[in-house]
Design a protein around this ligand. Structure first.
Ligand SMILES: O=C[C@H](O)[C@H](O)[C@H](O)COP(=O)(O)O
Length: 233
């Protein structure tokens, strides 16, 4: 379930701005989605011009874009760390401590994204202005083992949410993630305490990963028609 708001020009500016942060010799995490795609293409142009980087993709889509752009690929088990991760978001809310909370997973890639984004020394979110909200109120994607769908759905209701199984547009049946699991989009209405909700969802047996990224992001680059705002520390 994608947050499809925002202009592609704003997304392009945000993505290209973040790609400019990448320095020679760095290991870069490549998020997933339409905004990050602009960053990947821009990084590909920089590689073509001589920049030396290794990238870790977070999905089939970002891997394919990186291959098309001829960006050298690596994996978490082959590097000492990740210098920078660039990733999109379905919603972004500023925190009182200067950080950010996100809802991610509109493309069902949030499990691998969270692993790579959390491993990065610097995690930069790229987004258009429609993604900035207060508070978060986007349905939280919860990736579940197929057998656990009914029990997790019941537990989500007990936490105050309304789960709905994500279905595919061009297939009869559910979306199956790249990890072989299902996705429950869980509508909690306004999320006043993302940290507590994230802890509750992550603790449910059968949940592989949920789409609340609490306090992980270091910066948010918001693209506009003609410039980019950088929010964060
Ligand atoms: O699973 C997908 C990801 O979390 C995306 O980063 C998120 O849905 C934002 O995508 P977009 O930039 O296309 O709005």
């Amino acid at each position: 379930m994608k947050n499809t708001g925002g202009s592609s020009e704003a997304k392009r500016r945000a993505g290209e701005h973040a790609a400019d942060l990448v320095e020679d010799g760095e290991v870069v995490g490549l998020g997933t989605g339409s905004t990050t795609a602009h960053a990947i293409r821009a990084l590909g142009r920089a590689v073509d011009a001589g920049l030396d980087v290794q990238a870790i993709p977070t999905s089939f889509q970002s891997r394919q874009l990186a291959l098309d752009a001829e960006i050298p690929l690596t994996s978490l088990d082959a590097v000492d760390g990740v210098d920078l991760a660039i990733d999109g978001a379905d919603q972004v809310a500023a925190r009182d401590d200067g950080g950010f909370d996100l809802v991610k997973g509109g493309g069902a890639a949030h499990a691998r994204e969270k692993v790579v984004d959390a491993a990065a020394d610097r995690f930069v979110v790229v987004a258009d202005p429609s993604k900035l909200v207060d508070p978060l109120d986007y349905p939280v994607p919860v990736e579940v083992l197929p057998d656990a769908r009914p029990t997790v759905a019941e537990a989500v209701r007990e936490l105050g949410g309304e789960p709905s199984l994500r279905t595919a547009r061009r297939k009869d049946g559910p979306v199956v993630t790249e990890n072989g699991n299902l996705v429950l989009d869980c509508d909690f209405g306004p999320i006043d305490d993302p940290a507590t909700l994230a802890t509750g969802l992550s603790a449910l047996p059968g949940v592989l990963e949920q789409g609340l990224f609490v306090g992980l992001a270091d910066e948010v680059h918001i693209g506009h028609a003609d410039d980019v705002d950088v929010l964060g520390r």
